[in-house]
Every structure is written in structure tokens, then in C-alpha cells.
Design a protein. Structure first.
Length: 321
């Protein structure tokens, strides 16, 4: 089935933040942060994390909830799921908790689930007190890597206090190997999350970059990320580039604001936390992201073609030629 050249956005009416879409045997699946998952109001649920299905990326049907929550009390919120396929299994990565979120992994034999937690967090607490937005990337040699967002409290080298992105090697799809390597730190004004933000026992000018998604193209590794505050129109998506999956990554061009996705007055509010899905028939890439409705009551799933320019990836709707 051919995909639309232009999508009627939002492509799904319900609350569906942090959307991740993948294709399996000609069918597209999407997981995201639902309203209850995002608000942290879930208690004693049999399943969490909404999952959708589509044949054309435009029309989506709900399959209910995908994840069987782990037995321990985590605080009721489940954020930003992603799914990777390996060895005939489907691996879901998600952050769970309340304040002190930690990355976890779950596995299923089917894309629609149910996904069952592996029984142990992927990160050590309190060594890593906060970790979100896990993203698994497989390089050409078959090795998997795991990108995620964690907190930094130092300001060395002009970096800002706040949430930023690291990468580990990944073993058995749910174990992190070795110490983390920093991919990038928040450094620019547009990445401000909140003035006087209380966290980790202090009050900070908190900056945030999160939601990593990696693509390799023409021998270069592009780590796309969201920055700013997801609650308002400062949120957007930019990218850094490296010659190796573990870096070092270069953020040339990022100082002036988000280049891939950014708010457009009266049209798009706070677009971000995207994934990329490829049409297997044409090779066309599509950016799947969330944006606020006009009343700013829910974040909804939008989709637009992703193009690769000499300056890097761009989403057509936002491309400043």
C-alpha cells in the first residue's frame, strides 16, 4: 500500500505523546505515552502504554495497552516507550517511576504484545537516579547500542545543568555494557527547561535535551534529539553528527535553535520527541512526532516526510530553505 505524500495532521485524535513507530511485515505499529501514563495516575492496571496499528500511517486503530507493568511499585507513570526487534523478539524500552524514573526493558513474541518486564531496571539506583527516553540502535556490524537521557549537575566546558544524552553498548538487548559515553550536553539558551527548577536537592537553571533517535547515513551517525520544555512552544528537535556511533558528536549549527522541528505560530505548538520510520517500498523516511492541540490539553501524533539535505536531516514542513 502506498503512503500519503501529505498527511492530515494530527494522524490520531487521542493523547499520544512521544510516539515511536515501526514497520513489521507490512504493518505499522505505534507506542507512546498516554495521558494517564504521562500524568502518573495509573494504579493497579493490568496493562499500560497505548499501542496503535495502521497500514498507511494515516489511519490508526487502537489495540489497547501493550505492557504488563512490573510488580514493584514504581509511582504510576510510564514514559516514552520504544520497540526494537532482534532474534524474533520485540523489546520494549520505557521509563517508569515518579520523579526518579529508571529505564526498564520488556519483551514480547508479538509486536502488539503483551510485553513482560525482564524483572530488573537497566540502570543502578542511586548511581543513576534519573534515566528516561531509551533508544536502541543497531550498527552495520550487528552490535546494538543504547542511547538515553540522564541528569548532569556540573557546568564544565560551558555545559548547562540539566538532562542530556549518553550511550552504552547493549548486550542481550537489556543489559548495558561498560561506562556511559556522553553524546552531547545542553549548552544553549533555547534548551532551557525551567528557571529555578528544584531537583536533586538544589535549585537550578535547568536545561533539557532528551528523546534521542539515531540514523546512519552516508557513513555519518546522526543523533537527533528534542530540546527545551515540552510544556510550551520552546520545544523542538535538532541533531548532532559523528563519524562513530560512540562519538564524538559535533553540534555545529545548533546554537541558533532547533532546525528539524520547531513551533510555527498558529500552526504547530511544541513539536518534538520524534521517531523515524521508513517506507520499505520506496525508502522514504517519515518523522513521527507529537505536538500540542490548539487548547494545549493533549499532545497528539503528527507525521511528515523527512528529507536529507547537504546540511543534515530536515522535516519538510519546518525546512528553512
Amino acid at each position: 500500500m502506498s503512503l500519503p505524500k501529505v498527511f492530515s495532521n494530527p494522524v490520531y485524535d487521542g493523547c499520544f505523546a512521544d510516539p515511536f513507530v515501526w514497520e513489521h511485515e507490512g504493518v505499522y505499529y505505534a507506542v507512546g505515552t498516554g495521558f494517564e501514563e504521562g500524568e502518573g495516575t495509573i494504579k493497579d492496571a493490568d496493562r499500560v502504554i497505548p499501542i496503535l496499528r495502521s497500514k498507511d500511517l494515516q489511519h490508526w486503530e487502537s489495540l489497547g495497552k501493550a505492557l504488563v507493568p512490573p510488580p514493584e511499585t514504581l509511582g504510576g507513570s510510564y514514559w516514552a516507550p520504544e520497540v526494537a526487534t532482534s532474534g524474533g523478539k520485540f523489546w520494549m524500552y520505557y521509563a517508569a517511576g515518579q520523579g526518579g524514573h529508571r529505564m526498564r526493558a520488556a519483551v514480547s513474541d508479538k509486536p502488539e504484545g503483551p510485553y513482560v518486564d525482564v524483572g530488573k531496571p537497566m540502570v543502578e539506583f542511586p548511581k543513576v537516579p534519573f534515566s528516561i527516553d531509551g533508544h536502541a540502535f543497531q550498527d552495520d556490524d550487528g552490535q546494538w547500542y543504547f542511547f538515553m537521557a540522564v541528569d548532569f549537575l556540573d557546568t564544565e566546558g560551558g555545559n548547562r545543568v540539566g538532562t542530556s544524552i549518553v550511550v552504552h553498548k547493549l548486550d542481550a538487548m537489556h543489559r548495558l555494557v561498560g561506562p556511559p559515553v556522553t553524546v552531547l550536553r545542553a549548552r544553549y539558551d533555547w534548551q532551557l527547561y525551567q528557571h529555578k527548577f528544584e531537583k536533586h536537592g538544589g535549585v537550578w537553571e535547568w536545561h533539557t535535551i532528551e528523546g534521542p533517535f539515531v540514523r546512519k547515513r552516508n557513513g555519518k551517525y546522526y543523533c537527533m534529539y528534542s530540546g527545551g520544555c515540552y510544556l510550551n512552544d520552546t520545544y523542538g528537535v535538532d541533531f548532532v553528527v559523528a563519524d562513530s556511533v560512540m562519538g564524538p558528536y559535533r553540534d555545529t549549527g545548533s546554537a541558533n535553535g532547533a532546525r528539524m522541528l520547531h513551533s510555527i505560530p498558529d500552526k504547530v505548538i511544541g513539536p518534538g520527541h520524534h521517531s523515524v520510520v521508513t517506507d520499505p517500498n520506496t525508502g522514504q523516511d517519515y518523522a513521527v512526532y507529537h505536538a500540542w492541540d490548539k487548547a494545549m490539553t493533549k499532545r497528539q501524533m503528527w507525521i511528515d516526510p523527512l528529507i536529507w539535505t547537504p546540511e543534515g536531516p530536515r522535516v519538510e514542513r519546518f525546512y528553512r530553505k
